[in-house]
Design a protein around this ligand. Sequence first.
Ligand code: URP
Ligand code: ZN
Ligand code: ZN
Length: 475
Amino acid sequence: MSVLIKGGRIVTAADDYVGDIFIEDERVTLIGESLDMQADKVIDASGKYVIPGAIDPHTHMEMPFGGTVSCDDFTSGTVSAAFGGTTSHVDFCLQEPGQSLPDALATWHEKIERAKPVIDVGFHLAVTDLEEGGTLEDLRKAPDEGVTSYKLFMAYKGAIMVDDETLFKTMQVAAETGALVMVHAENGDAIDVLVKQALAEGKTEPKWHAATRPPITEGEATNRAIQLARIAGSPLYVVHVSCKEAIDPIAQARTNDWHAWGETCTQYLFIDETALDQPNFEGAKYVYTPPPRPKENQEHLWHALATDVLSVVSTDHCPFNWDGQKTLGKDDFSKIPNGGPGIENRLHMLHHFGVRQGRLSMNRFVELVSTNPAKFFGMYPRKGTIAVGSDADIVVFDPEKRVKISAETHHSNIDYNLFEGTEVSGAPEVVLVRGQVIVEGDRLVGKPGAGKFVKRARFGEQLPGASGQRPLNVG
Ligand code: URP
Ligand code: ZN
Ligand code: ZN
């Protein structure tokens, strides 16, 4: 099968030019001006951007959490992703208490066998216990399976939180194996005390979710993780940075060339703490962690993205229906399952409010949603760019297409959308995964199973693909 994408404005993290792309089977084989090639399918991309497929390195499909299970499986979640221009994602394989790490990975592989994805999928290994089920030996072996990142939660006490000993031992293993350590950075002990005190005082509404997790609890844990990673000699990636208190220690690390980086998520750029005050328990839709912050943090986050202090925008897609799942916490905010949707709207929101409104260049936009995730998570340069030899994961993006974001039209199973009613200009028109058209206009063309498991390279190494491009030049 061959595809010719003609006359589009090809934008990568580094380049911006008009050209044609020729794809044979799964890979890009030729890029040039006015290519005269016969192809099985020709896509006219004139007037459109042609960008590398976006990579979402932070998702939670079908994840047991908070007494329920996130409501997208790998089929519905990846269909939603594809309509938003995301062609690969890396999901958190969560070790159940007492479960061995190989069993945890087997469980996640079974999930993608049962509910087959339409885009490519990788796994991070979320380590919750190294005493009962998890062993350091098994942790060492995970990168051989293409699982080259370990995730630890410094919050959610009594559920999946780890102590500093487990965190530090994992960092030491990562220093040996070349894996990247990811942390959810919040001081879970302090938060646990604040939550119990609030409940004892009868404070049960959703807004207390934010009030009991103040920004400094995120800042403290971010700094602690950075310093522990320095001692262990492991690279560190801080997920879902939401506030200035957490940006500051990452900025310090970046200045000092310590190997610590951070991501934020779309929702933190647009939704602030007042969303939790919505009446009739609607505020529960915004119960995700870290919580929506005071509005002034949004400018700090945009600035950190523009100045390379933060390196990635992910979604933390962790959908729970409002009706029947969020309502588990109707009388107690601590029982509201933590998480929100977003995998479909990252490019819509960042392009419209970031690129069109002058906060980000088109190159930086591509870097934040595709190239840097590929570099951090061992997929570059096979993914995250458009180059001869790269996987033909490509989005033809129409910068003028008008979209009104809504739960009525999104493709996730969830019954609400965090950005309901927002009108944007700019949306994917055609989405290809390894040369296969998955989405065309409003139609799903790809079938479940089109997406494959990606065995990722270790941090700083590269997956075979386009040559001559350094993997570790992360922003
Ligand atoms: O609220 C969130 N973010 N839920 C998913 C788990 C996590 O902390 O990333
Ligand atoms: Zn988290
Ligand atoms: Zn998450």
